[in-house]
Design a protein around this ligand. Structure first.
Ligand SMILES: NCc1[nH]cc(CCC(=O)O)c1CC(=O)O
Length: 275
């Protein structure tokens, strides 16, 4: 097994990691040890290092969060005061908003260790990205997906990004074949939204874009929904915008939310997202 194989192998098996791990892989790309790297889009830093680019964003799979519940079914099936595990402020904020009675507790580790903790640490349910479970081949563990109008996904959730050197024409040509234009546009809008809110990691932020058709001129029309909330879920600011330019759309939505109070939340809790 080459070093590259080993690195790719780890990428796929460690969907729980982020940050530092992505940096190591990017260094291997820059050093020419590997020629492409597959990341979960939601773990990719907003700004790629100089010399690297996203060669392809393949077709997105289910972007929603899901419950693995000891009670079966979705949120409605959870008893009053149920203990629910998550490691994401975005999830805890939105779940508390929908079900203030829930006891949200922090649960860390890889997907498999979190599932183990569901059994060993007295959780009624845990929340994970449906896409992570699907990629591991564990989608049969999903009790129910959580609709995006209750829990807006993390920016880029469910999509992969394949990164390569920006001057590697051969790899860029190959990767172009794997790109899904619809997913690419949606993820660009979501990332522009996140970028316009910028920084830190203490504020619940979610966003989800879909193509809803074309405008009069034949350009693809995107619909972007975004949220910013308080960690306790008492306040959730959410808005939706349509447009054809993904970057402009993300910035517009961020400005609109800032104007309606997100500015204050970002100042209080720091900008950014935790996945
Ligand atoms: N936060 C970590 C993370 N990064 C990517 C995924 C899998 C989902 C995806 O690939 O979008 C996960 C696990 C999770 O959030 O449950």
């Amino acid at each position: 097994m080459t070093k590259g194989d080993r690195i790719l192998d780890v990428t796929l098996s460690k969907v729980g990691g982020k940050g530092l791990f992505v940096k190591e892989i990017e260094q291997a790309l820059l050093d020419g040890e590997i020629d492409m790297a597959v990341h979960s889009m939601k773990d990719m830093p907003y700004q790629l290092p100089a010399g690297l680019t996203t060669g392809a964003v393949p077709k997105r799979i289910d972007p929603r969060d899901c419950l693995i519940s000891n009670h079966g079914g979705g949120l409605a099936g959870l008893p009053r005061g149920a203990k629910v595990g998550t490691s994401s402020l975005r999830r805890s904020s939105q779940l508390k908003h929908a079900r203030p009675d829930l006891r949200i507790e922090w649960i860390r580790g890889n997907i498999d260790s979190r599932i183990r903790k569901l059994e060993t640490e007295g959780f009624d349910a845990i929340v994970l990205a449906a896409a992570g479970l699907t990629r591991m081949g564990w989608e049969d563990r999903i009790s129910a997906t959580i609709p995006e109008d209750i829990c807006l996904p993390a920016v880029g959730q469910g999509a992969l990004g394949i990164e390569c050197r920006d001057n590697d024409r051969e790899v860029l040509q190959l990767l172009a074949l794997l790109n899904d234009k619809e997913t690419e546009l949606a993820v660009r809008a979501e990332r522009a939204f996140l970028g316009a809110l910028n920084g830190g990691c203490q504020v619940p932020i979610g966003a989800y874009a879909v193509l809803v058709g074309s405008d009069g001129t034949g350009a693809q029309l995107l619909e972007l929904t975004g949220m910013v909330g308080t960690p306790d879920g008492m306040t959730i600011l959410k808005d939706m915008r349509r447009g054809t330019d993904p970057e402009a759309l993300g910035q517009e939505l961020a400005e609109s939310l800032r104007a309606s109070g997100a500015d204050r939340l970002l100042a209080e809790f720091g900008g950014g997202t935790d996945g």
